[in-house]
Design a protein around this ligand. Sequence first.
Ligand SMILES: CC(C)(COP(=O)(O)OP(=O)(O)OC[C@H]1O[C@@H](n2cnc3c(N)ncnc32)[C@H](O)[C@@H]1OP(=O)(O)O)[C@@H](O)C(=O)NCCC(=O)NCCS
Length: 238
Amino acid sequence: MSFSIKSVDVALAPSIAKAMVSARWAEPHWKALFESTTTPTQIVYDLSQRLPWNLINNRTTKRHQVAIDNATGQVVAYIRWILPTHLASTDPVVWPEAQVAEATPEDRAVYEQMFKAVSDDGKVQGMRMDLLEYLNTPLEEMDAKINEGGPFLCKLSLDYLTTATEYQRRGIGAMLLKAGLEVADAHGLRSYVTSSAAGAKLYQNHGYKTVETVTMDYSQFGGTEPVSDYFMIREPRQ
Ligand SMILES: CC(C)(COP(=O)(O)OP(=O)(O)OC[C@H]1O[C@@H](n2cnc3c(N)ncnc32)[C@H](O)[C@@H]1OP(=O)(O)O)[C@@H](O)C(=O)NCCC(=O)NCCS
């Protein structure tokens, strides 16, 4: 089997949503975030309706790529990066092949409508907001602590990485990661990620070091074991 990196357009939203949910559903704390009546099929559908709006917004700083299976053309993994603001509006554009094309005003209106139709006040339908807030608050606090001060403003943040469950452990995550790290090195940027336990080793193998860890016990929400997140930084290579 062989895989290639491809740029992202909104038409890929359903297949990106499928790859994202397939991987995250295997994580107990992510599954716990949803009401028991919410099915993965519903989550994939809702996400596919929300994604076009998310893909076309903040396009000056967001960069996206997918990996596809060369035999089938199927999307098997997705990565999203955030450029530092000083690289957001340069001429020429930094990393243009990873930027989603600008939408027409008519398309923007359609994508916004699609987003709203599956959202409760901008929030994901069927999600347990009390658990989300409980798990996210310490992560946001740690993120703010790490990011206070100048040097970390010059960073390339890895915002999302997911490989569909059945395609994991074939080097696809590493292939996508390396493409972003080449950009980081070319521009002398630190790279920053908040990683799940599943991703930490991969990032470590590519030069990231853990600077902080947050472990949360969510047994009062039905969790059977604590969940850890790793805050990791990689220095640029010459
Ligand atoms: C984390 C994640 C993105 C990794 O994706 P992946 O495509 O499986 O990544 P890779 O295949 O490049 O590397 C994963 C492991 O497989 C190993 N591997 C790579 N090619 C392999 C092969 N051909 N055979 C066996 N193992 C292989 C790598 O060495 C790596 O092992 P290690 O990190 O345990 O040493 C994926 O597990 C995932 O989507 N998890 C759920 C979402 C998540 O946690 N994302 C990260 C949040 S920041």
